[in-house]
Design a protein around this ligand. Structure first.
Ligand SMILES: N[C@@H](CCC(=O)N[C@@H](CS)C(=O)NCC(=O)O)C(=O)O
Length: 222
């Protein structure tokens, strides 16, 4: 089976997929959208959103759909807990990140705030930090309420929730100055994943298109 992942070094939805691939020990070809260009990528995903996975010529867009496909077709190293309640809790945790946090912190939203609503950088940063803090507070509460305080979010090995959490924490820390000590349980999981090979391999600085530092895309141009 030939797998090609279209992503960029800095693409947290793509990073989720990279971690999952590494945990499942799957190899794939990485194609940098920065290298092929956005127009070429439009052919792969008309919405121009990363990541996209090509599987033997078929394209899957949306990180969650990709992760579900990976879990269904490569169940050997499970990402979702086997207990149905824990499975639902892990999915809920992940879904919170995908739809309540990540969906509103992306560059297209910030561009709209700047270009269409005329907000300045200070106001956009305030917006950004507000939703990160609110989101992490809700996730922290979910971890507090777990029946067992595992090393990772929902188990003693990393899985679905961790795959979603780590790129979001990393983004909060490196790009939006979020103080993660306010969220000790999320921070503990982050620390537990810091040296884990699959998470290390997926990090922006370990991608073939890493330019040496994170280059923030311009907000004032579409
Ligand atoms: N819901 C999508 C979100 C994808 C997404 O927003 N990706 C970002 C990078 S993390 C992107 O392509 N941004 C380009 C843009 O906002 O124009 C998924 O999970 O795949």
């Amino acid at each position: 089976m030939l797998l090609t992942l279209y992503s960029n070094y800095v693409n947290s939805a793509g990073e989720r997929v990279r971690i999952a691939m590494a945990l499942k020990k799957l190899s794939y070809t990485h194609v940098s959208v920065g290298h092929i260009g956005w127009e070429a990528f439009r052919e792969i995903n008309p919405q121009r959103l990363m990541p996209a996975l090509e599987v033997d010529g078929h394209i899957i867009q949306q990180a969650t759909a990709i992760l579900e496909w990976l879990e269904e077709t490569h169940p050997e190293r499970r990402l979702l807990p086997s207990d149905p309640i824990l499975r639902a809790q892990a999915r809920r945790f992940a879904q919170h990140i995908v739809s309540e946090m990540h969906a509103i912190d992306v560059i297209r939203v910030r561009r709209f705030l700047a270009n269409d609503l005329g907000l300045d950088k200070l106001a956009i940063d305030k917006w950004q930090r507000h939703w990160f803090q609110r989101g992490f507070a809700a996730l922290e509460e979910q971890l507090v309420r777990r029946g067992t305080q595992w090393r990772f979010c929902y188990g003693e090995t990393p899985g679905w929730a961790d795959i979603h959490s780590i790129p979001q924490v990393q983004k909060g820390l490196t790009r939006f100055n979020i103080d993660m000590t306010d969220y000790p349980l999320i921070n503990n999981v982050y620390k537990a994943c810091e040296d884990h090979a699959a998470f290390v391999a997926a990090r922006p600085e370990n991608q073939p298109d890493w330019p040496g530092e994170i280059i923030e895309p311009a907000i004032a141009t579409e």
